[in-house]
Design a binder for this molecule. Structure first.
Ligand code: ZN
Length: 229
């Protein structure tokens, strides 16, 4: 789920994916040669489901990321990052590269990572990197990720209805969002809560307008209309 602005060695391996010993099972989808056929089929099946979620949410899919999946943890460590476990995405000027461990081969993780790729495709690498706060990027991805069905109830309980929620201003940079593992889950819940409130008011049209506003080079502050709590 992590986002890295500083490009990692894994990114450069993704760039040269055609020269790595990986098998292409569909356009822009690569797997380790040892991956069993059932796992390959699952990947393509869940990828389709995740793409449907993106289309339902954004109205269409504009991103065209490369998907790289491993039958064990080797691929995510080699193409992703040493500490990555489930799934991660390199968001680079050259495009998005989604790297998955076996645990990440499901519709939730794929939709989550595709959402990061989709937002970047719509607003541009530069604007995503320098304008979109981490809480918005993660909150949006959480809305397509059904791994945490009790997220809202948990957020209400942990923060006592928001009273003790971390301020969004403290979740703006990747560093502040991801650096403390003890706060990470609450950060995700808080981001999700905010963006869910926002989306419930502005819906798909509002999301498209926000993307357009950012793509036009306006600041996030100018483009995002905070929901009233
Ligand atoms: Zn994420």
């Amino acid at each position: 789920m992590g986002i890295y602005v500083v490009l990692q060695p894994g990114y450069f391996r993704c760039l040269n994916i055609s020269r790595e010993n990986m098998t292409m099972i569909a356009p822009r989808v690569y797997v380790t040669p040892q991956m069993p056929a059932t796992m390959r089929d699952s990947l393509l099946y869940y990828l389709k489901q995740a793409q449907q979620r993106i289309i339902g949410f954004f109205g269409s899919q504009q991103a065209n990321p490369i998907i790289i999946a491993g039958h064990d943890l080797w691929a995510i460590r080699y193409f992703g990052a040493v500490q990555a476990r489930t799934g991660m995405t390199h968001l680079a000027p050259t495009g998005a590269y989604i790297v998955l461990a076996p645990e990440g081969i499901n519709a939730d993780v794929l939709a989550h990572e595709l959402c990061h790729a989709e937002l970047m495709a719509r607003v541009g690498w530069w604007n995503r990197t320098f304008q979109v706060p981490a809480w918005f990027d993660e909150g949006l991805a959480m809305l397509l990720d059904n791994r945490f069905p009790n997220a809202e109830t948990e957020w209400q309980a942990i923060t006592q209805n928001g009273q003790y929620a971390p301020p969004l201003a403290e979740l703006t940079t990747n560093r502040s969002f991801f650096s403390n593992p003890h706060h990470l889950y609450l950060n995700y819940l808080t981001a999700r809560h905010e963006v869910e409130q926002w989306y419930s008011v502005h819906r798909q049209r509002g999301l498209q307008l926000l993307c357009k506003c950012l793509a036009d080079g306006h600041s996030f502050h100018q483009c995002y209309k905070r929901p009233h709590h």
